[in-house]
Design a protein around this ligand. Structure first.
Ligand SMILES: [Zn+2]
Ligand SMILES: [Zn+2]
Length: 285
């Protein structure tokens, strides 16, 4: 699918965030026919395509993370897992077509998040790929060679109407998450959360001036102690978080303790999980 907006962006080559935000504001993102058929135009739907944990046994599991965020008519792929064949296979099971994606956002450089990008772009290169600007030149060159447009990010960046990046947070590994706006607050999605899930949620909240209601994705807490996880749970609740969906590198203990602490607000997740956030930011399934 093409549009004057995409064609214009294609001709303009690599853009900086600020410029892209203006272009997207006027041109908007494209729609997913899948999503229109679901009749969930007023919902935010996060479908976990690739994960260590199994949610739906039709999906294969492997170490890595990828999810698709659908909001209105916009469809964004966040991370690509570690293996392109598995990504595309699971995407097919989820009934998303790679060409449904309007944009790709990569959280950080690790191979279990970037490994499927090459295979994805071979099927659909008509996308903007939002990457931390510190990514190595060889990877930027590869993305360009496959025909996609690179958006190098540092500050929070608008991807489409309700979806922003958190900005790149510096840690041992530079990383950005997604910040998705609902009427009652933000949904923050992280790949590995190397800079810290709390730090990333706080950054999203500060920038959007909206409370964070839900956090999901990889929290990188496999080696955390029970007391460290308890402290984190306390801090997330203080921040206003009521919904959590830890998966990927979050660790079994984190999932168990968060399930106990958040009760109904704990959203079971893993490959094939489909988290629907209504206008009030409440997960329906
Ligand atoms: Zn990871
Ligand atoms: Zn990582």
């Amino acid at each position: 699918m093409t549009s004057p907006g995409l064609a214009r962006r294609a001709r303009s080559g690599v853009g900086r965030c600020a410029a892209l935000a203006v272009i997207l504001f006027t041109a908007g993102c494209f729609g997913s026919e899948n999503h229109k058929e679901l009749g969930e135009k007023d919902s935010i739907v996060v479908t976990i395509i690739y994960d260590n944990y199994e949610f739906d046994d039709r999906f294969k599991t492997a170490c890595g993370f990828a999810c698709v965020v659908t909001s209105g008519t916009d469809t964004v792929l966040f991370d690509t897992g570690g293996d392109g064949d598995l990504l595309l296979s699971n995407m097919s099971v989820s009934e998303f077509d790679p060409t449904d994606m309007d944009a790709v956002v990569i959280s950080h450089i690790h191979a279990d998040h970037t490994g499927g990008l090459d295979a994805f772009l071979r099927v659909n290169s008509d996308v903007d790929v939002f990457i931390p600007k510190t990514f190595p030149d060889w990877l930027k060159g590869r993305i360009r060679t496959l025909g996609a447009r690179i958006i190098e990010t540092e500050e929070p960046c608008k991807v489409c109407e309700k979806v922003w990046t958190t900005g790149v947070l510096n840690g041992r590994i530079d990383e950005q998450g997604l910040s998705v706006k609902t009427s009652s607050g933000l949904i923050v999605i992280t790949g590995c959360a190397h800079p810290g899930i709390l730090h990333m949620a706080q950054a999203a909240q500060r920038y959007a001036a909206l409370p964070v209601k839900a956090v999901l994705g990889g929290f990188h807490l496999g080696g955390a102690s029970a007391s460290e996880i308890a402290d984190l749970i306390h801090s997330l609740k203080e921040l206003g978080v009521t919904r959590v969906a830890p998966c990927h590198c979050s660790g079994d203990q984190t999932r168990r303790l968060m399930s106990e602490a958040f009760g109904e607000g704990y959203l079971p997740s893993g490959a094939g999980a489909r988290l629907v956030f209504a206008a009030q930011g409440r997960a329906q399934e």
